[in-house]
Design a binder for this molecule. Sequence first.
Ligand code: GAR
Length: 211
Amino acid sequence: MTKRIGVLLSGRGSNFEALAESVAAGRIPNAEIAVVISNREGAPGIERARARGIETRVIPSKGLEREAYDRQVVAALREKQVDLVCLAGFMRLLSPYFVAAFPNRILNIHPSLLPAFPGLEAQRQALEYGVKWSGCTVHIVDENLDAGPIVTQAVVPVLDDDTLETLADRILKEEHRIYSEAVRLVLEGRFRIEGRRVIQTAAEKRRANEA
Ligand code: GAR
C-alpha cells in the first residue's frame, strides 16, 4: 500500500524537493507526498510543491497558541491520512498534542551533529565554535527542541577557509541524501527503538549493504 507523507516547512523547501525527487525516482518506494503545509505565507517551498502538482496548505501560525495551532495542522494531516510527518525546515517546536498524534511518526532534519548545536543557525554555531567536523542529523521528533532518537547522521569536514555559505552548502548536500534514506527506513518499519537508540533490523542492514 502506498504510504502517505506530509511535509511541513517554513521556508526554502530544498529538503522537501529532495524528498519529492526521491519519491519520483523510486528511492523512497511505495510512497507519495500527500500534502505540504507551511506556517508562512509566501514560503518558497510552497511554490516548489505547487510546481510539482502536490497539494499545499498554508496555515498561518501568527498570534496562535502553540497547541491551538498544532490542532489545525494535525487535523489537516489526518484529513490527508498521512502515515509519516517530515519536518523540512519547519521552524516551530511541536506541542505534546502534536507529538502524541503521530507517535514515532514525525521526523526532523537538523544541520548539525546533534546533540551539538541545536536551535537556530546550527551551521554558524559550528563554525564559530571551531569544530573540525560537523554534519546533519535525522531524528524522531519529541516535545523538545532538536531532540528525540537519532535515525541517521552524516559527517562533513569544516575547512579552514570555510564561510558560512560553503559549510552550509556542504551540509545541505548530505541533508538531501540522508533524509530520503531515513524516510525509507522508517516507512518500511525496519527499525526498533531501544531507549534513545534507533536500531536497524537485520533485513534493512542487508539491503543497505547490497545497494
Ligand atoms: C535545513 O538546513 C534544515 O536542516 C534546517 O533548516 C534548513 C531548511 O532548508 N532545519 C533546522 O534548522 C531545524 N532545526 P530547506 O527549507 O531548504 O529544506
